[in-house]
Design a protein around this ligand. Structure first.
Ligand SMILES: [Zn+2]
Length: 295
């Protein structure tokens, strides 16, 4: 497992495409081979060193097949480099910066980042517990500062954050919503907040009222965010990150951007293992094809 914390250590560990392929092979088949066509556990070496061939059906599979690295059309070393930068840099990296650094087209970097974001999706297995603050915000659009509830061309997002006993923020999530109705607001509750172990605080927006029957919930006056200082901070951080990294955030990709932001946010204490864990998830996530994300 690579545990390097800076780009020099990364450069020493991964010098060639073969180094990266070997790393993927160890993750994919380190604990044994299973044919993705017939499920057989028996294999021969493939015609290429980085392939394995099924003894039963003869299917020859590469280390990248069936993963998010499937058919990446630029050197794997550069792909690893993007993974490292996006995962370990405090704020990630924009596709323009990556494009300059790696001499790849900006679009290529953006597309590959979109794949990384797929691996950054929450597993939804660890809902928030304890004190959880929830708020809804509008992002982008010319009328970002307007206080109205009309959507315009803004992207609406519902956020939930754990407030620990020491007053620090714990984990957090963000979900794109279509409007501020109870049905839409409920999405983040259903996917990210524990029904049994969370005490939720929201502002007095009526949309939250019906959720009281399912969740332990307190609705308090927001006073322009003053009563939710941690949430206010989180919102400022999220908005400034989005402005810096993604100049245009379309509705279509907003959830992917949120996934990236909260992936790093929730792993800010993980440190050394975060790159390895990302690569493992990328190996275990089904390929995402370019057609899926043409705008
Ligand atoms: Zn087979």
């Amino acid at each position: 497992m690579f545990k390097g914390m800076n780009i020099i250590e990364f450069g020493k560990r991964f010098q060639t495409n073969a180094d990266c392929l070997q790393y993927l092979m160890d993750i994919k088949w380190g604990e044994g081979f299973k044919c993705s066509k017939c499920g057989s556990l028996k294999y021969w070496k493939g015609k290429q060193w980085n392939n394995l061939r099924c003894q039963d059906c003869g299917y020859e599979e590469s280390a990248t097949a069936g993963t998010l690295f499937h058919k990446v059309k630029f050197p794997l070393l550069k792909a690893f480099h993007i993974c490292y930068r996006v995962c370990v840099s405090k704020k990630g990296m924009s596709s323009c910066e990556l494009s300059r650094e790696l001499t790849l087209r900006q679009k290529t970097c953006w597309s590959f980042k979109r794949k990384i974001q797929e691996a950054m999706k929450s597993s939804e297995k660890h809902p928030l517990t304890g004190s959880v603050d929830v708020d809804e915000i509008a992002i982008g659009g010319l009328d970002e500062r307007s206080q109205g509830r009309s959507k315009g061309n803004k992207k609406l997002v519902c956020l939930a954050v754990e407030i620990r006993k020491d007053g620090q923020m714990g984990r957090a999530y963000g979900t794109v919503i279509n409007d501020y109705s109870s049905v839409e607001l409920k999405k983040i509750f259903d996917t990210h907040i524990s029904k049994e172990k969370a005490q939720v605080r929201t502002d007095e927006w009526t949309g939250y009222a019906p959720l009281k029957s399912e969740y332990a919930m307190e609705r308090i006056k927001s006073d322009k965010g003053k009563n939710f200082p941690e949430m206010h901070n989180l919102i400022m951080n999220l908005k400034s990150w989005l402005r810096g990294i993604y100049h245009k955030c379309s509705q279509k990709h907003m959830q992917a951007y949120l996934n990236e932001f909260f992936y790093r946010f929730n792993r800010r204490a993980f440190g050394k293992s975060s790159f390895h864990k990302l690569i493992v998830t990328m190996v275990r996530t089904k390929p995402l094809f370019i057609k899926t994300f043409t705008t």
